[in-house]
Design a protein around this ligand. Sequence first.
Ligand SMILES: [Fe+2]
Ligand SMILES: [Fe+2]
Length: 287
Amino acid sequence: MSTLTEPLTHPTPLPVRHEPVQVAPETWVIQATHGEGIAPIAVHMNAMVIRGAEPVVVDTGAPVNRDQYLEDLFGLVEPDDVRWVFISHDDVDHYGNLHEVMDACPNATLVASWFLCERMSVGRLDVAPTRWRWVGDGESFDAGDRTLTAIRPPLYDSPTTRGLLDHRTGVYWAADCYGAGVERGTAYASDLDPDFWAHSFETMQAWTSPWVSALDPQAHLRSCRHMEGLGITTIASAHGPTIGSASLDQAFALMRTLPAATIDPQPGQPVLDDIIASMTVQTGGAQ
Ligand SMILES: [Fe+2]
Ligand SMILES: [Fe+2]
């Protein structure tokens, strides 16, 4: 089994196609991966769409996957039908195709927050304020046949982060939280070896939110228990396989103990040296 710190083995990205996965009625995870085929561990760059009475685009993927993302999205929903575009936070792997979606969907409203718009307004947001709606942590909006509530996940890497809970299906979009690195694109956490998933899950949470080690364990536990009491049936993460009912209890349990978890160090200069050496060998000599 690969480790998270092995060097790259191929210098050229290989296109890897992963079809959208329907995770609940009228709800699809639009899958993409980053690093698959070139690194020992790949990271999902997923987004989601809810095709209800008023279709909701949930995050917009990364620019590097733009063509595939837009093809997948508009293969599931007509641009004119999209009513809401929810952005979880101001990281480019989540808003990376926002402007393309807003341009293609004339009837869409951007569901953001004051702080998200404030942070993005310095050159990263070109959507007219008349098309904004601010929905902060704990606030809801109505999408015709369902109510959606913005809920901050227990761990996150931006102060603007809000996940999104669909009260009709119990699907929770967790933004960066509840992800896990994978060896290849993987639809469901239950498709992975449980030990591999547990280790990868803990590593990604701690690397994305390194402050977890400084949390008061009891305060974190209260945050976890709050999430566990929301009626969530499925967790869809931007950065990991979807956590269905078969894996939900394990995900909640892993999250509870994260402040005390022992976490692998991130790759350092020796790994970069190996990567460069590998590239040099594969290109036939020093460049
Ligand atoms: Fe992020
Ligand atoms: Fe992210």
